[in-house]
Design a protein around this ligand. Structure first.
Ligand code: G6P
Length: 609
């Protein structure tokens, strides 16, 4: 995905755009660029491959006065991440500049037509066709030209467009990719996400699919693709820009790791009562459907898929119906049976991951009930849903997920308990016991984070390892996979997560004295089995690091290094067991000198399939 930002108003646009891009860089960092209308009515465009700092160093503070302006930070899809393919793109006249997040699926045919008509293309991007297509439709009315052009394209887009004939206007449009309008005092903004404009305004309009926004300093008009004017609500953002700052931490990743006790607290708020009873009022509207369902699929990508995996185990155990995790990118094209008696739970921090959205839409078409778990208010996934449960974790800026994962697991645990209560599959006193255990998690998480110095020392010892193996069983298995993914993402060290019992069926061949094995060996029904799997690894001379429960006096027979975490019921344990793994990955990454907050090749969420 990419980040886009736009400004129209009395101030110079360039500094506002560059600051906005800095806050959007988590969305992609293959290139950055800005376009600004200068005082003499020309469009100034500067763009550079690589991170935003390449652009700002190149500009060296020498940005033109004037506005409006648009800016873009790219996660490359079509065309190499070089200067030419960087956005903004211009039309043949050089009067129109455009930025785009998404993919234009029919760009090849449109491009061929435009080339035949004599348009000159400079880049290899799909985006450039939009600039030229709008040019062909332009007869003085920019909004109308954008509308006419978008009528011919297929795919996903959030765009920002400016034209030298319109010094008081930027035009935005959205389809399947987020875009918001910021309403300032005598100024207007466009942005992919709130942090880009939060220091200027807290009043935003979250555009709907197919909306076209005509943003001017005096107000914004919104049209649908068929040209009719539509009204959209203004949302007041309730968090401050400090929430999107590092606040003294060296990295967002570390800040977000330490925010977890608070994020857990916020996630629990209003959902688990003081007596432990669990109820998510968000699900009241779908209660009848939840009583009727006979199977559950929980879908997500990357980290979210591991949270989904934990939930599948718990729903199956507590609700007694088949529940499986589905990887978003697979489910759409190899769908399981879906009908009105199916519940599909979509899990996505950003709420805009295309691979997760696509199967949810398919499931909705086939009549399934859709519940989503997301962090971003008004995100695309919420529109595909019958009910929405927000993480309430606050903004997550670091590309690799930490507090969103923990709160995803937590919200899914609460959904599982809610379902068990609704369907009478678990006695209410047992639900309350789990609810009370959930209420201890903010304190236990804070206690676990105090292990950071011990984990840092371990990380420094193992920072040179080439491969890591993570194992866990039951709900510990997805945690092993999340631990491995975190290490891969943050430090680029090869790591794999396996079901502990599977180790002996193949992966054990990888073990040697140079390959650390990280075992999730917290207390639970199958603790002894995991301990045996650890022993098997130890016998092959692998250095073993165990995550075990405080008071375990057995595990140090098998593992040289043990990280003791506070005790919880087994079903709740993933929330705590994952914390040392996050710190381990973070500290190994720091020791290896990688770009922790913005790992190479990644973007925080990916809006293409
Ligand atoms: C990207 C990120 C991952 C993330 C995944 C799902 O691939 O790099 O860290 O887990 O998207 O993101 P979501 O916003 O849907 O939870």
């Amino acid at each position: 995905m990419c980040g886009i930002v736009g400004y129209v108003g009395p101030r110079d646009a360039a500094p506002i755009l560059i600051e906005g891009l800095r806050r959007l860089e988590y969305r992609g960092y293959d290139s950055a660029g800005i376009a600004v209308m200068t005082a003499n009515g020309k469009v100034f465009i500067e763009k550079k491959a690589g991170k935003l700092t390449n652009l700002t160093e190149h500009l060296n503070g020498d940005t033109p006065a004037g506005g409006p302006g648009i800016g873009h930070t790219r996660w490359a899809t079509h065309g190499l991440p070089n200067d030419t393919n960087a956005h903004p793109h211009a039309d043949c006249t050089g009067q129109l500049a455009l930025i785009h997040n998404g993919i234009i699926e029919n760009y090849v045919e449109i491009k061929a037509r435009l080339v035949a008509e004599g348009h000159r293309f400079i880049s290899e991007t799909d985006t450039e066709v939009l600039a030229h297509l709008i040019e062909t439709k332009y007869h003085g009315d920019l909004v109308e030209a954008v509308r006419a052009a978008l009528g011919e394209v297929r795919g996903a887009y959030a765009i920002g467009v400016m034209h030298t004939d319109h010094p008081e206007r930027i035009v935005g449009a959205r389809m399947n990719v987020p875009l918001i309008v910021g309403l300032g005092d005598g100024e207007g903004f466009l942005a992919s996400d709130v942090p880009a404009i939060l220091e200027h305004t807290k009043n935003v309009v979250i555009l709907h699919e197919g909306d076209i926004a005509d943003v001017t300093p005096t107000g914004t008009r919104i049209l649908s693709l068929d040209g009719t004017e539509v009204q959209r609500d203004t949302t007041e953002i309730r968090w401050d820009i400090e929430a999107a700052e590092k606040g003294g931490f060296p990295h967002f990743t570390l800040k977000e790791i330490y925010e977890q006790p608070h994020a857990i607290q916020e996630s629990l708020r209003g959902r688990v009562a003081a007596n432990g009873s669990v109820r998510l009022t968000e699900l009241d509207g779908v209660a009848d459907r939840l009583r009727e369902i006979d199977r559950v699929y929980i879908v997500g990508c990357g980290t979210a898929s591991y949270a989904a995996h934990v939930a599948a185990y718990l729903i199956q155990e507590w609700v007694g119906i088949p529940a499986t995790m589905q990887v978003g990118s697979e489910m759409r094209y190899s769908p399981p049976p879906l009908d009105e008696r199916t519940l599909v739970i979509g899990v996505s921090q950003s709420g805009e991951t295309a691979d997760t959205l696509a199967p949810l839409k398919l499931a909705a078409e086939r009549g399934a009930a859709i519940v989503v778990v997301t962090n971003v208010v008004g995100s695309a996934i919420t529109r595909a849903a019958d009910a929405v449960c927000y993480l309430q974790a606050g903004p997550e800026i670091a590309v690799a997920s930490t507090k969103a994962f923990v709160t995803q697991v937590l919200v899914l645990q609460m959904i599982a308990l809610h379902l068990a209560g609704l369907r009478g599959t678990m006695p209410s006193n047992r639900i309350r016991t789990y609810g009370l255990a959930l209420r201890t998690l903010p304190r236990l998480a804070a206690q676990t984070l105090k292990l950071a110095p011990q984990i840092k020392k371990l990380a420094q010892r193992f920072a040179g390892a080439r491969d890591f193996i993570f194992i866990g069983r039951g709900v510990g298995f997805p945690i092993a996979m999340e631990g491995a993914l975190k290490l891969k993402e943050l430090s680029y060290v090869h790591a794999e997560g396996y079901a502990a019992g599977e180790l002996k069926h193949g992966p054990i061949a990888l073990l040697d004295p140079e390959t650390p094995l990280v075992a999730i060996a917290t207390q639970g029904a199958i603790y002894e089995k995991v301990a045996s799997n650890v022993a098997e690894a130890r016998a092959r001379s692998a250095p073993v690091i165990a995550i075990a429960t405080e008071g375990d006096d057995q595990i140090d027979h098998y593992a040289q290094d043990v990280i003791y975490v506070p005790e919880t019921p087994e079903a709740i344990s993933p929330v705590i067991a994952v914390l040392p793994l996050q710190i381990l990955a973070y500290e190994i990454a720091v020791a290896r000198g990688t770009d922790v907050d913005q790992p190479r090749n990644l973007a925080k969420s990916v809006t293409v399939e």
